[in-house]
Design a protein around this ligand. Structure first.
Ligand code: NI
Length: 266
């Protein structure tokens, strides 16, 4: 499979559960914009075979290399970002993994039960499965109390968590504020955790994001309406050497993660 086909696969799956991203994409195209992706993000668990190592080897086959490492202490996450060495225009890949063993005993055993079902299946095969994990609605609710990240992952699996519009490539907006204003005029709910815009020119990166769409997801006992995925917007600034900053800012990403929270948009 070519990288373009892989990214199309992720995009089509993503918009199938993220109607907000599809409508924003259309809204921008109607203004004559061509949309470039800054990065695509995935969530996983810190387990050999499906963790950061496995994801980075998977993407290495498509020309990617690890370029940055991050730690989110409170959310118990390790993360890396990869850049495409063969074609720098291709989106970066941002992958985080949950150090789930730091959760309560009951969450650890629930997650380990799910991991045991997929042992021996390659990551390439798991990525194309829509129902990697299979938990009940009450198990989802109990995970949610402890880690929104764990609940999201066990409900949705290894699908793209978000795509990101590279605002630098948009022609009809002077800055991120103007894009946010257009989205708000179109009644798009934006993530306000830490302010509408996370980051600043001082850290060479400004980001904003929608709140996640809410879609019915099948659990082992019933369907529940849950936050699925969100769309992100990134404006990158040049560093003193004249090159655009390509990394990520931990404090900002920490707030962006909350775009899949249940509470924020109430
Ligand atoms: Ni992101």
């Amino acid at each position: 499979m070519k990288l373009e086909e892989l990214l199309d696969f992720f995009w089509n799956d993503y918009i199938s559960i993220t109607p907000i991203a599809k409508s924003i994409h259309q809204l921008l195209e109607e203004r004559g914009e061509t949309i470039y992706n800054d990065h695509v993000a995935f969530r996983t668990l810190a387990v050999p075979g499906i963790g950061l190592e496995a994801f980075s080897s998977f993407f290495k086959e498509f020309g990617y290399e690890v370029k940055g490492q991050y730690d989110f202490e409170i959310k118990k996450l390790n993360a890396i970002h990869l850049e495409n060495i063969e074609n720098p225009k291709m989106p970066k890949i941002f992958i985080s993994e949950l150090r789930y063993r730091e959760l309560s005993d009951s969450s650890v055993s629930l997650i380990e039960r799910e991991i045991s079902k997929i042992r021996g299946i390659s990551l390439a095969d798991l990525i194309s499965k829509k129902d990697v994990f299979n938990i009940s609605s009450s198990e989802y609710e109990s995970l949610l109390k402890e880690s929104e990240y764990a609940a999201w992952l066990c409900a949705l699996g290894f699908r793209a968590n978000h795509f990101t519009v590279l605002v630098n490539e948009l022609k009809s907006f002077k800055n991120l504020e103007e894009l946010n204003a257009l989205l708000q005029r179109n009644h798009v709910p934006l993530n306000t955790s830490g302010g509408l815009i996370k980051g600043s020119p001082n850290v060479y990166l400004e980001q904003s994001s929608t709140m996640a769409s809410r879609v019915k997801v099948n659990f082992s006992d019933k369907e529940l309406l849950v936050p699925t995925c969100y769309y992100e917007f990134a404006l990158r600034y040049s560093m003193s050497n004249g090159e655009l900053y390509q990394g990520f800012v931990t404090d900002s990403a920490d707030k962006i993660f909350e775009s899949t929270n249940h509470e924020l948009d109430k």
